[in-house]
Write a protein that binds this ligand. Structure first.
Ligand code: SF4
Ligand code: SF4
Length: 181
């Protein structure tokens, strides 16, 4: 394996939970931005960011969709925030088989935050732009990565998806998206 090291821009979003007011504008704009055609609809269940809301305690925690997990993890820790108990799963970023969050409602395929990279003209991701409370802050940093490793990770990810959903589901979803576009 050739170990070509390249510099890559790592994009992250810093979440300030104390500033979030639970308005859910981030969910709305994310789902609208990713609708086919773009902005033709909005549906928070298709959003790649979801807000855990506890209005009576004034607790709101935005969570971004991360990597797909093919199996449930063993972790079942609990968090107590302001006297209320939460399952560890509530704050997890993965789409996994134990819950419906971060799944495309029609196909069941996992959703993952893509930093809105499909529009390279955007100065910052849509959820950051629309968050009037400044709870989301876009940040970039440079890091060295190995090209071969990235490719292998992509192949493993696709194979895992195919094992879980079948190649036909993936092909159907891609065909449907390309027809709508
Ligand atoms: S848009 Fe900002 S304030 Fe509103 S729910 Fe999302 S993160 Fe919270
Ligand atoms: S960065 Fe883009 S894809 Fe990710 S949650 Fe925000 S709006 Fe959605």
């Amino acid at each position: 394996m050739t170990e070509n090291k390249k510099t890559k821009t790592i994009k992250t979003i810093k979440v300030d939970v104390d500033k979030c007011n639970g308005c859910r504008a981030c969910e709305v704009v994310c789902s609208a931005f990713h609708a086919q055609p773009r902005y033709s609809s909005n549906n928070p269940s298709r959003s790649r960011i979801r807000v855990i809301r506890e209005p009576f305690s004034d607790i709101y925690v935005p969570v971004y969709a991360g990597e797909y997990a093919p199996a449930e993890c063993a972790g079942r820790d609990k968090y107590v925030i302001d006297g209320k108990e939460y399952e560890e799963c509530a704050f997890c970023r993965a789409a996994c088989s134990s819950r419906d969050i971060f799944r495309e409602p029609d196909s069941g395929l996992p959703l993952k935050c893509d930093m809105c990279e499909s529009d390279p003209e955007l100065p910052e991701p849509m959820c950051v732009k629309w968050c009037q409370a400044d709870a989301l802050v876009y940040e970039e940093r440079e890091e060295e990565v190995q090209e071969e490793q990235k490719k292998e990770e992509m192949e493993i990810g696709l194979e895992t998806l195919a094992n879980q959903h079948g190649w036909q589901t993936i092909i159907d979803a891609v065909t449907r998206l390309s027809k709508k576009g």
